[in-house]
Unconditional design. Structure first.
Length: 669
C-alpha cells in the first residue's frame, strides 16, 4: 500500500525535526543587553576615589604619587570653562606599594582630585610636579563621564523595559500558537519511521491472541473493503491493558512495522502543560495530522496520564487534563465522526480511566496483555539470547520453568545480568550458573557483604529450615526450589518456592498449606528458642493478608458463609465514596477479625506440630545451611528424602476460587 505524504512533509509546514531559529531582532536585543551590562560593570570597575586638594599636595610631597593626568574638563556635566571656572577634575595614580621582599606589587591605586583651574595655577602645578619627580600629562577633552551617567540612568532602564516587553509579546504569541516558538501548541507526536527501526510481530515472542487482535486492525487498514463488504466497521480504538513490562509498547512498535501506514506515537503526559487549553490544541493538531495522512494509526502510551476520570479528587478536577480529555473524546467519536484514524493506547491502570473513554465507539476493544505462560517465557528467552553465546549446559526450558510470574522485561533484564556476570569473570560463553546467579539477583536482590554474628546466622538457618521443611512435608504446598541464608536485599535469608505449573485457580487446602509454610519459620524459632523474634514480621504480614482475603473475598469461612465482605474499591485519591469504605456492620467486622485469627492460629499450630514431629529433619537442613549457606531441591532430597506430594495437590480440589489474573511468583520470606 502506497504511503501517503505526511503533512509534516508539505512545503507550507515546517519539518518538526528542523531546529527552529530565533528571530534576528532577538539576537540584536540580546547583544545590546550584553553590551550594556559590560559597560555598566566597566563603569563600576573604573570608578576612582576622590581626594581633597590639600591631601593631594601632601601626598606629592611625601613621594606617594607616581603620575597625574591634568584634565581639560571641569566637574561632571560641564562642557565649557567660564572665566571664573571652578576646579578641574584630574586623574592620578599612586605609587605601587611593595611587599615584604621589597618588590613592587601589581596593584595600582587610582584617585581623582579637584584642583584650581586657570593658566597661572596650571603653571604652578607643573612646576610643583617637576620638583617632586611626578609625571604629568594633559588629558584630552572627553565626555565619557556624561556618557556613563546617561547610560546608567537612562539607556539601561529603557533597554531593560524594551527587552522585557518584547519577550512578553513573544511568549504571548508562543502560547497562542504563532510567531516565535510557534510549535508550543503543536502536537508533540513523532511519526514512526519503519525503515530505521524495523520491529515486526516476529520480534514479539508469545502473546498469540493479542497479535491476532492487532493483526485484524492492520488488515483493515490494508484492505478496508474486505471488512466493509458485510457492513462491518473496524474498532476506532484498541486499549492494551496489562502489568508493566509485559510488552505493550513493543506491540505498538510491531504494529507500526507491520501496518505500512503513517504511525504517530505520543506519550499521554506530553499533552499536559501549565496553561489551560494547550493540551486540547495539541490533540486537535495531532488528529489533524493523522487525518491528513489517513489511513493512519495514533499510539498514546500511558493514556492514564491524561484519561483519568473527570471531576475527581479532593479539590475538584484538573482543568487542563479534563479539557484535553474532552478533546480526545470529541475527536474519537464526537459530532464529526472519523473512520480513517485508529487510536491505539496502552495503560497499566484501567481502573482510573474515565468511563466515557472506555465506552463502545471510542475504545471498542480492550486487549489484555498478561504475564507470559511457560511457552511464552521460553519463546522470550529464545528472542533475548539470540545475541548471547550460550554454553552447552544452558537449558532454556528449565529457565522458563524457574521464572514463573516474570514479564518480558524481567526476562530481558535477567539475560542481561547473566551476560554481565559472565563478562566480569572473563568467560567466553554464558553458562547455566550465570543464569542462576542472575535469577537470584533479579528476584531476591544482590548479596549483602556485611557480616552477621554466628548466633544470628544460626537463628536465620533454623527460620529458613522451618519454612522449607513445612513446604516439603505438607501436601498441596509449592515446590521448594532453593534455600539460602546469604543476606540478599532486605532479607537475612530466603526460601524460594516454585509452583508446579501455571495456574489461575487455587484450592482451599492449598491456601492453608501456604499459610502453614509462611508461619513455618516462626514455628521453628519457637520450637528451638522457646520465644519469638522480629524476623517473622514479613511472614506475619503476608499470612494475615492472605487469611483476610480468604474470609472476606473468597467465602472460605463457615461462620460467615458465601458472602463477599470486600472493602470498597473506590480509591480515596479519586474523591469517590470517601465516606463509605465498607458495606457491613461493626459486628460483622468483629466476626471477620475472629475468623482471620482462628485461621492463622490453626495454621501456626499445624506448622509447630509438623516441625516438632520431624525435628531430626529440621536439624539436618539447618546444619546443611550453616555449612553450605545455600542448598537446592536436590540437596534436600539427599538429606531427608523426596517431598510429600499427593494427587490432590496437583489436581482438582474440593473448593476453589478464581483469582483475577493471579500472579504466580516466588515466595520470599
Amino acid at each position: 500500500m502506497e504511503k501517503k505524504k505526511s503533512p509534516s512533509e508539505s512545503p507550507d509546514r515546517q519539518d518538526p525535526k528542523t531546529p527552529m531559529r530565533a528571530s534576528p531582532n532577538i539576537w540584536v536585543l540580546v547583544l545590546v543587553f550584553i553590551a550594556l551590562v559590560i559597560l555598566l560593570f566597566t563603569t563600576q570597575q573604573e570608578s576612582r576615589s576622590t581626594i581633597s586638594e590639600p591631601f593631594f599636595f601632601e601626598q606629592v610631597e611625601k613621594g606617594n604619587v607616581q603620575e597625574l593626568g591634568i584634565g581639560e574638563l571641569q566637574a561632571i556635566g560641564q562642557f565649557k570653562k567660564a572665566p571664573d571656572a571652578p576646579p578641574t577634575l584630574n586623574d592620578g595614580v599612586y605609587k605601587q606599594e611593595k611587599d615584604k621582599d621589597g618588590n613592587p606589587t601589581k596593584l595600582r591605586k587610582h584617585f581623582r582630585v579637584n584642583l584650581t583651574s586657570g593658566d597661572a595655577a596650571r603653571e604652578r602645578l607643573r612646576d610643583f610636579l617637576q620638583k617632586h619627580d611626578v609625571d604629568y600629562r594633559v588629558l584630552p577633552p572627553s565626555d565619557s563621564a556624561w556618557f556613563f551617567t546617561m547610560l546608567v540612568g537612562v539607556v539601561l532602564p529603557i533597554g531593560l523595559i524594551a527587552f522585557i516587553w518584547i519577550m512578553f509579546r513573544r511568549t504571548q504569541s508562543q502560547i497562542m500558537g504563532g510567531g516565535f516558538l510557534s510549535g508550543f501548541s503543536k502536537s508533540p507526536a513523532k511519526e514512526y519511521e519503519s525503515d530505521k527501526e524495523p520491529v515486526t510481530f516476529k520480534d514479539v515472542a508469545g502473546l498469540k491472541s493479542v497479535k491476532a487482535d492487532l493483526q485484524e486492525i492492520i488488515d483493515f487498514l490494508s484492505d478496508p473493503e474486505k471488512f466493509q463488504r458485510l457492513g462491518g466497521r473496524v474498532p476506532k480504538g484498541v486499549l492494551l491493558i496489562g502489568p508493566p513490562g509485559t510488552g505493550k509498547t513493543l506491540l505498538a512498535r510491531a504494529v507500526a512495522g507491520e501496518a505500512g501506514v503513517p504511525f504517530f506515537s505520543v506519550n499521554g503526559s506530553e499533552f499536559i502543560q501549565m496553561f489551560v487549553g494547550v493540551g486540547a490544541s495539541r490533540v486537535r493538531d495531532l488528529f489533524k495530522n493523522a487525518k491528513d495522512s489517513a489511513p493512519a494509526i495514533i499510539f498514546v502510551d500511558e493514556i492514564d496520564a491524561v484519561g483519568r476520570q473527570r471531576g475527581a479528587g479532593l479539590g475538584g478536577g484538573h482543568d487542563e487534563r479534563e479539557q484535553t480529555l474532552n478533546q480526545i473524546l470529541s475527536e474519537m467519536d464526537g459530532f464529526a465522526q472519523n473512520d480513517s484514524v485508529i487510536v491505539l493506547a496502552a495503560t497499566n491502570r484501567p481502573d482510573v480511566l474515565d468511563p466515557a473513554l472506555l465506552r463502545p465507539g471510542r475504545f471498542d476493544r480492550h486487549v489484555t496483555v498478561n504475564r507470559p505462560t511457560h511457552q511464552g517465557r521460553l519463546e522470550i528467552f529464545k528472542v533475548h539470547v539470540r545475541e548471547v553465546p550460550l554454553a552447552d549446559d544452558v537449558d532454556l526450558d528449565r529457565l522458563a520453568s524457574a521464572t514463573m510470574g516474570l514479564t518480558g522485561a524481567d526476562i530481558r533484564n535477567l539475560v542481561n545480568e547473566a551476560a554481565l556476570w559472565a563478562t566480569r569473570h572473563d568467560k567466553d560463553k554464558v553458562f547455566m550458573e550465570d543464569f542462576e546467579y542472575a535469577r537470584d539477583r533479579v528476584l531476591m536482590g544482590a548479596k549483602r557483604e556485611e557480616l552477621i554474628t554466628d548466633k544470628e546466622k544460626e537463628k536465620t538457618a533454623y527460620h529458613e529450615a522451618g519454612h522449607a521443611l513445612v513446604a516439603w512435608l505438607l501436601p498441596g504446598a509449592d515446590r521448594v526450589h532453593k534455600v539460602t541464608i546469604i543476606p540478599r536485599g532486605q532479607a537475612l535469608g530466603v526460601t524460594q518456592m516454585l509452583p508446579e505449573e501455571d495456574r489461575l485457580s487455587i484450592a482451599e487446602h492449598e491456601l492453608y498449606a501456604r499459610l502453614a509454610f509462611m508461619l513455618g519459620g516462626r514455628a521453628a524459632e519457637r520450637l528451638i528458642y522457646h520465644q519469638n523474634s522480629a524476623g517473622a514480621e514479613n511472614d506475619l504480614e503476608q499470612a494475615t493478608n492472605l487469611a483476610r482475603r480468604m474470609v472476606t473475598q473468597w467465602g472460605m469461612s463457615e461462620r460467615l458463609g458465601p458472602v463477599c465482605y470486600k472493602l470498597s474499591d473506590e480509591d480515596p485519591f479519586l474523591g469517590r465514596e470517601m465516606h463509605a469504605h465498607r458495606a457491613f456492620s461493626e459486628h460483622t467486622m468483629q466476626i471477620i477479625d475472629d475468623e482471620v485469627a482462628r485461621i492463622l492460629h490453626a495454621s501456626a499450630k499445624q506448622a509447630e506440630e509438623m516441625l516438632d514431629s520431624n525435628r531430626d529433619k529440621l536439624e539436618k537442613i539447618t546444619q546443611a545451611l550453616l555449612k553450605e549457606e545455600e542448598i537446592d531441591e536436590q540437596d534436600i532430597i539427599k538429606l531427608i528424602g523426596p517431598a510429600a506430594r499427593s494427587a490432590e495437590s496437583n489436581g482438582a480440589a474440593s473448593r476453589t476460587h478464581q483469582t483475577p489474573a493471579a500472579k504466580a511468583e516466588d515466595k520470599v520470606t
